[in-house]
Write a protein that binds this ligand. Structure first.
Ligand SMILES: [Zn+2]
Ligand SMILES: [Zn+2]
Length: 365
């Protein structure tokens, strides 16, 4: 009972926080909402207002449950307090205040909706099919949530920055008739092509992040998680995120795929990338060498000797098989993390970590 009370209290607090952030999105859309997504929200305003109302009600219900079950009322009351703030800010009827409208907006909407969708999908999956017994709010989850926030709320800035190198350096590679032919292909075929070229690029950039010592100090942040779950995959230094996206964008920019194929790929890969970090025990026996599964990527995060510098591919183990870096025995790794050092646990410490001097460092130390 106490366990359920704690979970309900934590869920109420988190959901309440998301509700308050969502209210801000409704009040200051020009300032906080991804501009490209605004028409979509406006066309489905009823749905998103309903979603917000549902979330506020769930915040109160979970908060009340926690207050009933626990002697300590703090979590439940905090959740209900946040729910009340969301109602005071306008509830499901909040109207835009017409402030803002600069060239860049925070992607707060993307953070709120993505966290809600991924949480609703993966938290139950990890409860029902857990690989290891571990808590939802395991050590380090707050740091990972900050990484998640930075890479989602900063989506517009990150996209600009990751597209700039290709646009500045490879404009000469763009050949309009060729791009038109690429974009005229069936969307599913373009989807497969994007998958192939982007996965090939990210395989090599990922390998470089492991091989080059100063790059490794950025990427080591991603490997510093001692427990794997859906949120652990978000632990990534912003320089790592930017460099990886910039490399991934190069072939996409040069080949000129249709936006529909590109968006389908982005939606697919964002869920897949979360999934391969998840604490789920499905092993996918038929396809474990065809597509990257949690077992495959968990080995990439292993701190055991045999897993080190293995399985760089994000989606297709093919690249690891071709270039001699594949490793997948018949069991799961026993432990995760970096080997000879442990980066700091706090968000700011992790951001600053690569900038500090660490003396001589071996690729994995
Ligand atoms: Zn890695
Ligand atoms: Zn990973």
């Amino acid at each position: 009972m106490i366990r359920y009370g704690k979970r309900a209290g934590a869920a109420s607090g988190l959901l309440g926080m998301l509700c308050v952030l969502a209210e801000f999105c409704f009040l200051f859309p020009e300032l906080l909402v991804t501009p490209d997504a605004l028409p979509l929200y406006r066309a489905n305003l009823g749905f998103f207002r309903g979603l917000l109302l549902g979330a506020i009600l769930a915040t109160f219900a979970l908060g009340a449950l926690s207050v009933l079950l626990l002697r300590s009322k703090a979590h439940g009351l905090l959740g209900m307090g946040l729910g009340a703030v969301a109602l005071l800010l306008g509830g499901a009827q909040a109207q835009p205040l017409g402030i803002g409208g600069g060239p860049v907006a925070a992607g707060l909407d993307y953070f709120v909706l993505e966290l809600l969708a991924l949480g609703l999908l993966f938290i139950p999956l990890e409860r029902l099919f857990a690989l290891r017994e571990q808590r939802i709010f395991r050590p380090g989850w707050q740091t990972d949530l900050k990484h998640f926030f930075a890479s989602h709320a900063g989506v517009q800035l990150l996209s600009f920055a990751s597209m700039a190198p290709a646009q500045a350096l490879f404009a000469w590679a763009v050949h309009a008739p060729f791009q038109a032919a690429v974009a005229a292909q069936p969307v599913w075929l373009q989807f497969v092509q994007i998958l192939l070229v982007v996965d090939f690029m990210t395989y090599w950039i990922h390998r470089a992040f492991h091989r080059v010592p100063w790059l490794w100090s950025f990427h080591a942040i991603h490997h510093s998680s001692l427990q794997m779950d859906w949120l652990a995959g978000s632990r990534m230094h912003l320089v790592d995120v930017l460099a990886t996206r910039a490399a991934a964008f190069l072939p996409v920019f040069a080949l000129g795929f249709a936006p529909a194929a590109l968006y389908a790929y982005l939606a697919f890969v964002s869920v897949h990338a979360v999934y391969i970090h998840a604490n789920v025990r499905w092993r996918w026996p038929g396809v474990r060498w065809v597509i990257a599964t949690p077992e495959y990527h968990h080995w990439h995060h292993s701190s055991e000797e045999e897993g080190i510098d293995r399985n760089f591919a994000g989606f297709l183990p093919l690249w690891d098989l071709v270039f001699g870096t594949a490793y997948q025995p018949g069991h799961w790794p026993a432990r995760y993390g970096t080997v000879n050092f442990q980066p700091p646990e706090d968000y700011l410490g992790q951001l600053l970590y690569p900038l500090r001097r660490h003396g001589k460092r071996t690729p994995y130390g």
